[in-house]
Design a protein around this ligand. Structure first.
Ligand code: PMP
Length: 771
């Protein structure tokens, strides 16, 4: 069926993009071409046909440099040829090392130096001559891992070189441009085989559903549009020695350029080797130009669309130009094989294999796999219905099923989930270099100085050591205390949590199993003095090396503190010879709404400060700050090094977090929002007797859940409330020795506007669990 006429003979709309594809290709003989080359360019040599879809391309070999001559079809728009010429010149200017073939000028006196014309039997054709490039042809399957990477990188460099280029003809419509993939539907009836036709139909359906809506958000610019291995020559190692044929140049989605190249690089490779080749080439591309999220999301669908374009245009053209069938169909078998490979995998799996993305797994299945893969010692999931996270922004999380959750629980993303300052700092640093603290680099030293500068004047807290977790920070603090005091006892609050290492688990009574009590550790109740604990330690022959205090007393249930109590306990510990360690892992970084560090709010100046969780907004980074004299005592016993500690990425994350806390005035914000939160809880408590004693400092807020009649702790109801609140889209947690304290500890991005959302959910949860 000729394009343009429907089954009943009526005229249907012709795709805009067909244009030059419709024009009859020129058909000059090599002898004629040799004569044209001599006449227009003064190049005397033998001509050899190199094959072409819609034009004619000849190598003219004069025994010296020679050239490649292109004879345009009669439908060619001179503006498009000028577009191509201008692009070549632009690329050569921007990235002179890119191997693109310059155009050669015609002899003087012709109507145009770069595209003189020659009269053929049907009209006058534009003729262009390019410098002949040297290199060998390679099939994709001959490219090794290095060459695939290099190919991707070359394509990306070409994209960068063309980024700022524009030309009035760049907006031309060309069916090869993946922007027009849906117009292939009008050509698809020319595909003879029914199963093949259906396969192309599926690719186009998927394109319509997934790619077309995303297209307007993809980065767009002038792209080469056809950097296939056939349009490249290679050096001995397999690197690209020449980028040829700018005939598909168009303004389109940048990622379409990559999809086109991948469509070529997959060829002749079976199964996983095809996907592997794609992944390696994408690595090379992203070495130069990282893909954006929406680009990555459509890449596999675009590769399929490219392959569908090849086979569909081929079927249509063979109908019209059976004499050129061999050239036209040269890519068909490979293309069908790859289309079938992608189709067999299914679009999601194909995307995963092609781009290395993680597959989306149903929540229940993922939970089961987690249980089996991680084993029983790893902490259980929170909430009766586990939270299956997909993404986060500010105080919000998005679940895999698309549901939104207001996060009033997580303190790690202190400046908000995925804060761009931190995210981009991490990505930039990662792209630059990530190594260890035995080399010099600025971010580590800068973060150490910045942290030291946040410590109270005259505190002497001037020495900073970076590690990877709160536990590791406390472990190091403990070693400092042991080394500095020469004693071995530890003092912690009754239900404290300080971390997971063997030493620190002993200092974390929250984690002690029934009956376990290490001999060198003593606990004391929040609000009480140390006399009893010190006496019990002494009975067992221990003197205290350190008192560890979590400035928020979170795991102790966030009890209200009598003014001056923390300072009194710290003084008692010092009198007994212990160092005071302020554990800021939970309550630091502005959470309490008055100072950066909770020890300031608690009115003490510690000997050692530890910090972690919020420090990198999720990137693992933690620190110990102490005095030089104490660091000296540690240095006398050990040389401390932790491989990841304070690496450039971690340090960059920590710096970005400090910056955002300052720029967004998050400490004052935490104070203001925290007060509003406690007020909202007070209002709830007035109506729900089960909610008692809302309290908090900054955005560390708690309230007890008690039996309505007797007022005794009701951990079962507390658990039910937390689950019911989650079902209403708000995340809170539990803490305290009896597990009956609601723990509300949101990212500091939590705002006044979120307070009623939380209060409403909690209100409903209290009502619902009341029966
Ligand atoms: N100290 C306190 C007060 C904590 O809350 C925690 C973690 N919950 C830690 C130390 C241990 O930190 P990490 O989990 O990073 O090892």
């Amino acid at each position: 069926m000729p394009l343009g006429s429907g089954a009943m003979g009526e005229v249907t709309a012709q795709p805009r993009s067909i244009g030059v594809l419709e024009a009859t290709p020129p058909r000059f003989t090599p002898e004629e071409v040799a004569a044209i080359a001599a006449d227009l360019f003064g190049l005397a040599g033998e001509a050899r046909d190199l094959g072409s879809e819609r034009d004619q391309t000849f190598l003219v070999d004069d025994g010296a440099e020679g050239g490649v001559m292109k004879i345009s079809n009669l439908g060619e728009d001179p503006a498009v040829l000028d577009f191509e010429a201008a692009a070549l010149q632009h690329v050569a200017r921007v990235d002179p090392a890119l191997p693109v073939a310059p155009q050669l000028r015609a002899r003087a006196g012709l109507e145009h130096p770069l595209r003189p014309r020659h009269a053929g039997p049907h009209g006058r054709h534009y003729i262009r001559l390019f410098r002949r490039m040297r290199g060998r042809s390679l099939r994709s399957a001959e490219l090794d891992a290095w060459a695939l990477d290099e190919f991707g990188a070359t394509l990306a460099r070409l994209g960068v070189a063309l980024r700022a280029f524009f030309h009035p003809a760049a907006g031309r419509s060309l069916l090869w441009d993946l922007a027009y993939a849906l117009e292939l539907r009008q050509l698809a009836p020319d595909i003879e085989d029914g199963a093949h036709r259906a396969l192309v139909g599926r690719v186009l359906d998927r394109y319509e559903e997934r790619v077309a809506p995303a297209w307007p958000r993809l980065r767009a610019q002038v792209i080469h549009g056809d950097l296939a291995t056939d349009n490249a020559l290679f050096d001995d190692r397999g690197g690209v020695a020449a980028v040829l044929d700018f005939g598909d140049l168009t303004h389109s989605a940048l990622v379409a350029d990559l999809a086109v190249s991948l469509g070529s690089l997959l060829r002749g490779r079976a199964g996983d080797d095809a996907f592997r080749a794609a992944r390696l080439a994408i690595d090379g591309y992203e070495r130069v130009t990282p893909l954006e999220v929406p680009e990555r999301a459509v890449l596999a669908d675009l590769v399929a669309a490219r392959l569908a374009t090849v086979v569909t245009i081929s079927a249509w053209r063979v109908r019209r130009y059976p004499e050129n069938a061999e050239y036209i169909q040269a890519w068909d078998a490979d293309s069908w094989a790859l289309l079938e490979l992608l189709d067999d995998a299914g679009p999601a799996e194909a995307a995963r294999l092609l781009t290395g993305a993680a597959a989306r797994v149903p929540t229940a299945r993922l939970a089961e796999r987690r249980r089996r893969a991680l084993g029983p010692a790893i902490t259980a999931l929170t909430y009766a219905r586990p939270v299956h996270v997909d993404s986060g922004r500010g105080a919000w999380l998005v679940e895999a099923d698309g549901g939104r959750l207001l996060d009033a629980y997580n303190n790690v993303p202190v400046v908000g989930h995925c804060h761009p300052r931190v995210t981009e700092a991490v990505v930039r640093a990662t792209r630059r270099v990530n190594t260890h603290a035995r080399y010099l680099y600025e971010p580590l030293v800068e973060v150490a100085e910045r942290l030291a500068a946040t410590m109270p004047a005259a505190s002497g807290l001037d020495t900073v050591m970076l590690v990877n977790s709160g536990s590791e920070a406390n472990d190091l603090a403990w070693r400092i205390a042991l080394a500095a005091t020469g004693m071995g006892g530890g003092l912690v609050t009754a239900h404290a949590y300080h971390g997971v290492t063997t030493a620190i688990a002993d200092l974390s009574p929250e984690e002690w199993r029934d009956g376990y009590r290490p001999g060198h550790v003593e606990t004391f109740a929040v609000g009480r003095g140390l006399a009893g604990a010190l006496a019990r330690l002494a009975e067992r022959g221990h003197r205290p090396a350190a008192l560890l205090v979590d400035g928020g007393f979170t795991s102790d249930g966030m009890p209200a503190l009598a003014p001056g109590w923390v300072a009194a306990v710290a003084a008692e510990a010092r009198d007994a010879g212990a160092l005071v360690v302020a554990d800021e892992v939970q309550a630091g970084h502005g959470r309490l709404g008055r100072h950066l560090w909770s020890f300031e709010t608690n009115g003490i100046v510690p000997d050692v400060v530890t910090m972690g969780k919020p420090m990198g907004n999720g990137y693992p980074v933690a620190a110990v700050v102490t005095r030089a004299d104490l660091a000296d005592r540690l240095a006398a016993t050990t040389d401390f090094f932790s491989t990841f500690g304070g690496n450039p990425v971690a340090a960059s994350a920590a710096l970005a977090v400090l910056d955002v806390i300052e720029d967004e005035r998050l400490i004052a914000h935490a104070g203001e929002v925290g007060a509003a939160l406690v007020a909202a809880l007070d209002a709830l408590a007035a109506r729900h007797p089960a909610l008692r004693a809302p309290r908090g400092r900054g955005l560390l807020v708690g309230a007890d859940v008690v039996g309505a009649a007797a007022g005794e702790p009701d951990p079962g109801r507390a658990r039910a409330i937390v689950d019911a609140t989650r079902e209403r889209g708000v995340l809170i947690g539990l803490t305290g020795p009896r597990g009956h304290v609601l723990k509300i500890r949101p990212p500091l991005a939590f705002g006044l506007e979120h307070v009623p959302v939380l209060a409403d959910a909690l209100d409903a949860a209290l009502a619902e669990t009341g029966g």
